[in-house]
Write a protein that binds this ligand. Structure first.
Ligand code: DX5
Ligand code: ZN
Length: 220
């Protein structure tokens, strides 16, 4: 079994000390940087945009995993590629032409991800799963950090794993929202490959140790 990865979400970082928090992740056992872009339309919150992402990717030494919680993401695919995104994830609910969007992301040299809100069924990916590099299952309603994990997520991860296996796809499964050491092992056992963690990492007094612990639990 390949090892489970940890992607700290910078949404919970100290924005007045972003470089310090990025260096912490660079030095930790974390695998990816998870970066949440919110537009105040698709989700009821606004995070940060291009100039901040540009400043962030000057310092990141690991995979940059960008989670777009925005309407009409097609407009910005090239921009996010130019800003140093390695993985670009769009929301299923924001893409009326999902297959075209996935092709456009790959054409810019990025891995293409699709995120599902808690109410969106895994079965809707039946016809696109072989074209998707990563599925990001939301285990909270997107828009805010620090929310409680939705227990139905375990079933969705299992359904997604089954779909990927049945279709012979090689899609990565990532989970986002309310991830802690209390649910990391069960998520990994259900089939998750990558765990995003925001508040659990950044609210810790010793975030480097917390990342290490999360990774150890996910791989136990
Ligand atoms: C929520 C974001 C998450 C968020 C997770 O809409 O997509 O990435 O930062 O934060 P926690 O881990 O605090 O739930
Ligand atoms: Zn996210």
């Amino acid at each position: 079994m390949s090892s489970k990865l940890i992607a700290p979400s910078l949404l919970a970082a100290d924005f007045a000390n972003l470089q310090r928090d990025i260096e912490m992740i660079n030095q930790s056992e974390a695998d990816w940087f998870h970066i949440d872009i919110m537009d105040g339309v698709f989700v009821p919150n606004i995070s940060f945009g291009m100039p901040v992402l540009q400043a962030i990717t000057k310092h990141t030494k690991k995979i940059v995993d960008v989670h777009l919680m925005i309407v009409d993401p097609d407009r910005y695919i090239k921009t996010f590629a130019d800003l140093g995104s390695n993985i670009l994830t769009v929301h299923y609910e924001a893409c009326p032409h999902l297959h075209r969007t996935l092709q456009a992301i790959k054409a810019e040299g990025m891995k293409a991800g699709v995120s599902l809100n808690p109410h969106t069924s895994v079965s809707l990916l039946e016809d696109t799963i072989c074209d998707i590099d990563l599925v990001l299952i939301m285990s909270v309603n997107p828009g805010f950090g620090g929310q409680s994990f939705i227990e139905n997520t375990y079933d969705k991860v299992k359904q997604l794993k089954e779909l990927i296996t049945r279709k012979g796809a090689s899609t990565t499964i990532e989970i986002d929202g309310g991830v802690t050491t209390a649910n990391a092992k069960a998520l990994a056992d259900a089939g998750a490959d990558v765990l995003v963690a925001g508040s659990f990492v950044f609210k810790s007094d010793t975030p480097i140790d917390t990342i290490k612990e999360l990774k150890a639990v996910a791989n136990s």
